[in-house]
Design a protein around this ligand. Structure first.
Ligand SMILES: Nc1ncnc2c1ncn2[C@@H]1O[C@H](COP(=O)(O)OP(=O)(O)OP(=O)(O)O)[C@@H](O)[C@H]1O
Ligand SMILES: Nc1nc2c(ncn2[C@@H]2O[C@H](COP(=O)(O)O)[C@@H](O)[C@H]2O)c(=O)[nH]1
Length: 286
């Protein structure tokens, strides 16, 4: 009986440690150091696959590839790693997730998503202009610049090969093909730097990206921007005049399914007026 109570308590402690890594209260390297310093501790008793999936951005597929590449059995516990395996795991973490200071102060990672033409770009630009304390992330994309768009300011314009390289090197926090056309992704480094300095970061991305961010960082705040009505959304898309009739029809079909997903978000903001909606999003970010 006492033994089973101890086992339950140990499981709880391991779950708390995993949550600390996921919430960036401690770094994966700190957890590994604790495990190696005391193999009989809850950290030491954690199995390597459990440890890996606690790290934001590692899902089951990536976990299995890492175990295979590092030649570590899935039943191995952190405290039971051999010296070569420890070194390989340490080196791997330092290369892929350089140890950054844990998140400080009231910094937040905020995602703004919503259907096509609801005004995400317009609201994000208003926040950038009126709330300089919030960093608006600059995405990488494979689409060509539009007139007036500046590389490094509106987007990092890259070709397919460079986008593939960024994915392979783990440089993107999330990425997706949007509107069945071009690829877009959020560079990880500037975000981690800003968050570690206590700044809030705003990502203006699509629904697929928002879901990936939630998986990578469960503490992220997800905001869904809504149109005042369906007719107004159609009006905005038509009024913008940047898509032909076939593309507009396709985007509106996607918009219907996106609107049905609004319940996945932490907050919903109606974009009835740009300044009002932007201020509401900025308040949620503080
Ligand atoms: N509150 C608003 N009232 C009226 N028009 C608006 C409002 N917000 C944005 N718009 C207009 O709606 C159109 C679509 O806005 P925007 O391009 O910012 O949408 P988006 O959500 O970023 O679209 P996409 O996802 O397709 O890139 C633009 O013409 C913009 O000026
Ligand atoms: N998943 C991601 N989606 C992104 C990112 N950056 C922008 N976007 C979304 O793409 C569409 C189209 O943008 P446009 O500038 O070509 O009109 C828009 O809905 C954005 O929200 C990103 O890094 N990841």
């Amino acid at each position: 009986m006492a033994a089973s109570r101890r086992a339950v308590a140990a499981r709880r402690e391991r779950a708390a440690l995993k949550k600390d890594v996921a919430m960036r209260v401690i770094t994966p390297q700190q957890l590994l150091r604790r495990a190696l310093a005391d193999p009989t501790s809850p950290a030491g008793a954690m199995r390597v696959p459990e440890f890996l999936t606690a790290i934001p951005a590692i899902g089951e597929g990536k976990r299995d590839r890492i175990l295979h590449d590092l030649e570590i059995s899935p039943v191995k516990r952190l405290g039971g790693l051999g010296s070569r395996q420890r070194e390989d795991l340490r080196r791997f973490l330092d290369t892929r997730w350089p140890e950054t200071a844990p998140r400080v102060g009231r910094s937040r990672l905020v995602v703004l998503a919503g259907p096509t033409a609801v005004g995400k770009g317009t609201v994000a630009a208003h926040i950038k202009a009126h709330h300089p304390e919030i960093l608006l992330s600059v995405s990488a994309t494979t689409r060509a610049p539009r007139p007036g768009e500046v590389d490094g300011e509106h987007y990092f314009f890259v070709d397919d090969a460079e986008f593939d390289r960024m994915i392979a090197d783990g440089e993107l926090l999330e990425h997706a093909t949007v509107h069945n056309a071009h690829r877009y992704g959020t560079p990880r480094k500037p975000i981690e730097k800003a968050l570690s300095e206590g700044r809030t970061v705003l990502l203006e991305i699509d629904l697929q990206g928002a879901r990936q961010v939630r998986e990578a960082d469960p503490t992220a705040t997800l905001v869904f921007l809504l149109p005042p009505s369906w007719d107004e959304l159609v009006q905005r898309l038509v009024g913008r005049g940047t898509e032909g009739a076939a593309e507009r029809a396709r985007r509106l079909r996607t918009a219907k399914t996106e609107l049905a997903s609004q319940g996945e978000f932490d907050y919903r903001v109606v974009n009835d007026d740009v300044a009002r909606a932007a201020d509401e999003v900025a308040r949620l970010a503080h």
